[in-house]
Design a protein around this ligand. Structure first.
Ligand code: FE
Ligand code: FE
Length: 308
């Protein structure tokens, strides 16, 4: 187990970076604020504002949860003993506890008067538990073709809120690295993006941000998180008059080995940046990389791929 240190390991642990960085309790407010800022003058302003509104409802639900239930203590202990993600999405998604979170989110949400949004909300409100489960299973396993695109942001928002609640309401979590660098140690979901932190004990370190629970875990820099190669990595950004290319606050780490990329947010170049909003604010970069034949493996649960 990773939690008990032998005497010789204590020195090593003192200098090795903290493995986890938990999101703040106001994470959804931060996302909303940032999305609202990014929306000004942005070609996708309407979409960014819609998502900002949704993030504000996520925060309300997180602050006033529909059920105080945390994950079963016995399961938690077992998972930690065996180095498994305690909030495994592929298991918990089938147990329906999250459905109360969707209900709470839909109850509080007043959709803007856009026919597509109103229709999506009605569809979710009237769907059976079994149908919702099938869509949610497809969403967390990346099978976007099985979920109507218009439902994705709302379903994704509800799932994120439930999983962040479980993550943030469980004290003294001991987590071990997942099977791959890009896999969340808390819930097993793929990373959405990476953040290069710039303050305190995390200064200069790369943390990947979970697409579902928002947990952050340490992964060394200059290494493809998918194939673990360090050869020929390139760092691409959108042109921006405010920043030189090597100081852009958002760059994609592009791997020629496996033809994939992951977006990275550099806090030293923009201290207020936040991964989910930065990701949605830079969809133009994804379009360019897709044109160049690179594949995106990092989900953003508030966006159906190809829907931008
Ligand atoms: Fe996670
Ligand atoms: Fe690679």
């Amino acid at each position: 187990m990773a939690t008990i240190l032998e005497p010789g390991e204590i020195e090593a642990a003192a200098s090795s970076p903290p493995f986890l960085h938990l999101p703040p309790h106001n994470l959804f407010t931060l996302r909303a604020q940032r999305l609202e800022q990014l929306a000004d003058g942005h070609p996708l302003a309407e979409y960014l504002r819609l998502i900002a509104g949704l993030c504000r409802v996520q925060q309300q639900v997180l602050d006033d949860p529909p059920s105080a239930e945390v994950v079963d203590q016995q399961r938690l202990e077992l998972c930690q003993q065996h180095g498994l993600p305690p909030f495994a999405a592929d298991t918990l998604i089938r147990e329906d506890d999250w459905q109360a979170w969707l209900e709470a989110l839909l109850q509080r949400y007043s959709p803007p008067q856009q026919p597509a949004v109103v229709e999506a909300i009605t569809t979710l409100r009237t769907a059976s538990a079994g149908q919702l489960r099938a869509w949610a299973v497809a969403l967390v396993s990346g099978q976007y073709s099985l979920v109507p695109a218009a439902l994705v942001p709302f379903l994704g928002a509800a799932l994120q809120t439930a999983w962040s609640h479980w993550l943030l309401s469980t004290p003294n979590l001991q987590l071990t690295p997942g099977n791959s660098l890009s896999q969340c140690p808390a819930c097993g979901s793929p990373a959405m993006a990476g953040v290069i932190r710039h303050r305190g004990k995390h200064n200069g370190l790369r943390y990947l941000v979970c697409s579902l629970c928002a947990c952050e875990w340490h992964v060394v820099r200059v290494k493809c998180v998918y194939c673990e190669s360090s050869k020929g990595l390139d760092y691409l950004s959108l042109e921006d008059d405010r920043y030189a290319a090597n100081q852009a606050p958002l760059r994609a780490e592009v791997c020629p080995g496996c033809n994939s990329y992951l977006k990275l947010v550099y806090l030293e170049n923009d201290a207020d940046a936040e991964a989910l909003s930065a990701d949605l604010g830079s969809l133009l970069l994804d379009m360019r990389l897709a044109q160049d034949g690179y594949q995106r493996l990092a989900p953003n649960l508030l966006l159906a791929p190809g829907d931008e």
